[in-house]
Design a protein around this ligand. Structure first.
Ligand code: COA
Length: 280
């Protein structure tokens, strides 16, 4: 198997995989409790959202596809996918090499996709989704403090990772996560040589994702239960990759807490004033 950039033609399959992988996910269940009752409305909405995201200038989306030696799937079949989001600091944003300069055509397409989504949201109330919850969830990304010290710095964020349940435990997710790790490692080396801060990775792990990310060197720094937004959901772990311990320092113990284990804390100089660490 190998990974390649996602194209617009891949989006329907990616939506199918995402729905199958997240069928039991508590956040999706809370946002869209009636999606099984209204599958067409749910799918139409999901397609519009995913098409729109494909044209985001800082989104790097990949699919993992089967090759001839993967006898468990048809050659070319999409097995899983991921979306990495580049978040450049304010000072570096204008010249950031990982923020795409969109061509005029892509910009037009991007605008049309955005308009399509906004029009649909304004004109139709999807019965599959509770819009107020979705709005609150979107806004929460801006208020969560779990990554506060890193948020203003240039970093990568793994926004979505989904593998078809039929093809899990075959190394699909590892390949997709490795793409971001390799970027962050290479950039960190090159930037540190120029006296600049390293490039960390952030993500919020679900319970199934946690062992995978841990095995790839990410550390749990807190818990994002979104209680500040009033979400009645368990949440997930705030995880960070920061191999040189520039932003975080390892804790020497693994003390079991109510919601898992903290493996690292922010270094004193960058400790957030108010953080979701309190929730652990
Ligand atoms: C989490 C998920 C992406 C993992 O995908 P995957 O392709 O099965 O993962 P990989 O085969 O690459 O696993 C790599 C390693 O991660 C760990 N791992 C993955 N799934 C695991 C599980 N269910 N239990 C324990 N360890 C697991 C193992 O160490 C595994 O290596 P191994 O198989 O050699 O032991 C997949 O289970 C999924 O899509 N889940 C639902 C959606 C989701 O929660 N996404 C993550 C959002 S943060």
């Amino acid at each position: 198997m190998h990974i390649r950039p996602t194209t617009a033609a891949d989006i329907p399959r990616c939506v199918t995989i995402r729905d199958a992988a997240f069928v039991d996910n508590e956040l999706v269940n809370w946002l869209a409790p009636d999606r099984a009752k209204y599958p067409l409305a749910w799918r139409q909405r999901a397609l519009a959202v995913q098409r729109n995201k494909l044209y985001q200038s800082n989104a790097w989306q990949f699919v993992c596809v089967a090759d001839t030696d993967d006898d468990f799937a048809a050659v070319g079949e999409i097995l899983g996918w991921a979306r990495w989001v580049r978040r450049a600091s304010e000072e570096e944003a204008a010249a950031d090499p990982w923020t795409r300069q969109l061509s005029v055509l892509d910009r037009v397409e991007s605008w049309l996709r955005w308009a399509e989504l906004k029009f649909e949201q304004a004109m139709y109330t999807s019965p599959a989704l509770i819009q107020a919850r979705d709005d609150a969830f979107m806004a929460s990304a801006m208020t969560s403090t779990g990554f506060a010290p890193i948020r203003a710095a240039t970093h990568w964020h793994l926004e979505t990772l989904a593998v078809d349940p039929k093809y899990q435990r075959r190394g699909v997710a590892r390949r997709l996560v490795d793409w971001g790790l390799q970027r962050a490692e290479a950039e960190t080396e090159e930037r540190v040589a120029r006296g600049k801060p390293p490039v960390p990775i952030t993500l919020i792990a679900t319970a199934p994702g946690l062992p995978l990310y841990r095995s790839m060197g990410l550390k749990v720094v807190g818990w994002d239960d979104a209680s500040y937004m009033g979400f009645p959901v368990e949440g997930g772990s705030n995880m960070i990759w920061d191999a040189s311990n520039y932003w975080i320092r390892d804790v020497e113990y693994e003390e079991p807490m109510e919601r898992g284990v903290v493996e690292a804390v922010y270094s004193d100089s960058v400790l957030p004033k108010s953080s979701s660490l309190h929730a652990i």
